[in-house]
Write a protein that binds this ligand. Structure first.
Ligand SMILES: Cc1cc2nc3c(=O)[nH]c(=O)nc-3n(C[C@H](O)[C@H](O)[C@H](O)COP(=O)(O)OP(=O)(O)OC[C@H]3O[C@@H](n4cnc5c(N)ncnc54)[C@H](O)[C@@H]3O)c2cc1C
Length: 463
């Protein structure tokens, strides 16, 4: 028997005449208050009926979370997969520096959660995750509570403004609102873009945070592209890069040449510029390498694991502001049902590099690895240990399009420590520029099941 449209409407009308809503009345409100409609989300409300299949809840739908969801549908088709993100749409940080200077259309970076969830067969809720109770295995969100069998925490990063301003919220708010960096929040990209395109000239300062930081080569890429924008539009702007590090890294040589050969009059690089004091009201910065005033700034406070990792108790006193997990499985220490992926993860090695690069490519690889880990455990098997790799293209010129590249491989040494091999491609070439878009196409294909508009062919820049 089919449940035709007429019958559905009749059933709905009948249901509406039943005093169903009274069951949802908000206790504690006066009798004059209208009862809540059933689907208005509240944290105390159950978001889904009791589960019939293993439920995997993924908190954070960025690069790591989306990759995990897509791979879980392939590897554990019997499981129920729920993806949660506070944002209504996905916006890509990789390639965004080109969007800032109008080399790329924002449509290529913006993707639809609902459509991909529907196509790939998982559930998406736009919701703020407010609390995670790992003993009870529940996740409380702004629109309801969920229980889970397996949890994936993928919240990205937060800004550690406390290390600059202590408890001074007014100063932190001024820095965030007036001089954001667009490293942790999508909304900030719009603020920076507007500021850049209204910039009439003068001193633009960029502070770079101490390692480990999200995507270490990308602030230099941003400096190059802003300088390119100044150069091509005849803007008398100058960029000072205040780097915490003693030298540009990675791809140091390639960037050094780009600064000197392409943007000599536009970029000054200052190493060892440990930030000592930031005054967002008077637009001044004191660093170990000198004091600077600015007309505009991109202020990058130090990075840490995203708020959610802290709310979930994933950050421990020993883990230095990042999640504390088993580097072979990505399970949180002492909790075999909870995994952490992406930029939020803590140190993975006692060797010098200590952390995987906090990059979308690594988040993608860890998303695959954790999807595999969970699917094997659901099937009652013991998963093998898998390690990620990393690959980053960094654009340094728009006319002609030219990029640099850095690659990382990981394996175990004979003492069981994770070791890193890094390869820098310092020669800026149009081929690497094109490869950047090819890389993004591959990634979007995996995350969005073929629904993302192709980035290639790259739309040529028109001045
Ligand atoms: C300018 C820039 C350029 C970059 N370029 C590159 C590049 O070329 N190549 C590269 O590999 N990497 C690049 N990166 C780094 C890359 O963006 C990150 O490494 C990647 O996004 C990490 O993925 P993630 O899943 O850990 O975090 P994210 O992608 O940030 O995802 C985290 C998600 O969690 C959500 N979230 C957090 N807390 C909550 C909550 N409480 N409730 C609900 N949702 C929540 C957020 O809304 C977000 O969608 C770049 C980054 C920047 C800023």
């Amino acid at each position: 028997m089919t449940f035709d449209r007429r019958r559905f409407i009749a059933a709905s009308a009948a249901a509406a005449s039943v005093p169903l809503l009274s069951a949802c009345a908000n206790p504690g409100t006066s009798s004059a208050a209208a009862p809540y409609p059933a689907f208005i989300g509240r944290p105390a409300q159950k978001l889904l009926p009791s589960r019939k299949a293993p439920r995997i809840v993924i908190c954070g739908g960025g690069w790591g979370g989306l990759t995990t969801a897509a791979n879980l549908r392939q590897l554990a088709p019997q499981a129920e997969v729920v993806l949660l993100d506070r944002n209504p749409v996905f916006f890509s940080s990789p390639l965004s520096n080109m969007w800032l200077v109008n080399m790329l259309d924002g449509e290529l970076l913006t993707h639809d959660y609902l459509r991909v969830a529907h196509k790939l067969g998982y559930l998406f809720f736009q919701a703020e995750v407010q609390q995670i109770d790992r003993d009870q295995r529940t996740v409380t969100t702004s629109v309801g509570t969920l229980d889970y069998d397996w949890l994936v925490i993928a919240p990205g990063i937060r800004y550690n403004y406390e290390s600059w301003f202590g408890n001074d919220r007014a100063a932190a708010n001024a820095a965030r609102q007036r001089f954001p960096s667009a490293y942790a929040s999508n909304a900030e990209f719009l603020t920076i873009k507007r500021a850049l395109h209204h910039f009439k000239g003068g001193e633009l300062v960029m502070t770079l945070p101490p390692p480990p930081q999200r995507c270490p080569p990308s602030p230099y890429e941003r400096a190059c592209l802003i300088a390119w924008h100044f150069k091509t539009h005849g803007i008398k702007g100058h960029i000072t890069i205040l780097d915490h590090k003693p030298a540009i890294a990675p791809i140091g040589l390639g960037y050094k040449r780009a600064f000197e050969e392409l943007y000599k009059d536009f970029i000054t690089y200052v190493p060892n510029a440990h930030v000592q004091e930031v005054d967002p009201f008077n637009q001044r910065i004191r660093t170990a390498a000198g004091d600077h005033s600015f007309d505009h700034a991109i202020l990058m406070a130090p990075h840490q694991a995203g708020d959610l990792a802290w709310l979930a108790g994933a950050v421990t006193p020993a883990s230095n502001g990042w999640a504390d997990m088993d580097v072979r499985t990505m399970q949180l220490q002492g909790d075999e049902r909870s995994f952490v992926i992406g930029d939020a993860i803590g140190a993975v090695s006692t060797l010098d590099f200590r952390y995987y690069p906090k990059a979308a490519h690594v988040a993608n690889r860890l998303g695959r690895i954790v999807a595999y880990q969970i699917s094997e455990r659901i099937a009652g098997r013991t998963p093998e240990t898998r390690l990620p790799d990393n690959l980053c293209y960094m654009v340094v010129n728009g006319t002609p399009g030219q990029a640099l590249n850095v690659q990382f491989d990981y394996s175990f040494d004979d003492q069981g420590r994770i070791k890193q091999v890094q390869r820098d491609y310092n020669e800026r070439t149009p081929a690497l520029f094109k490869d950047d878009f090819r890389w993004a196409d591959f990634m979007f294909e995996e995350m969005f099941g073929g629904l993302a508009p192709p980035v290639l062919p790259y739309p040529a820049y028109r001045a």
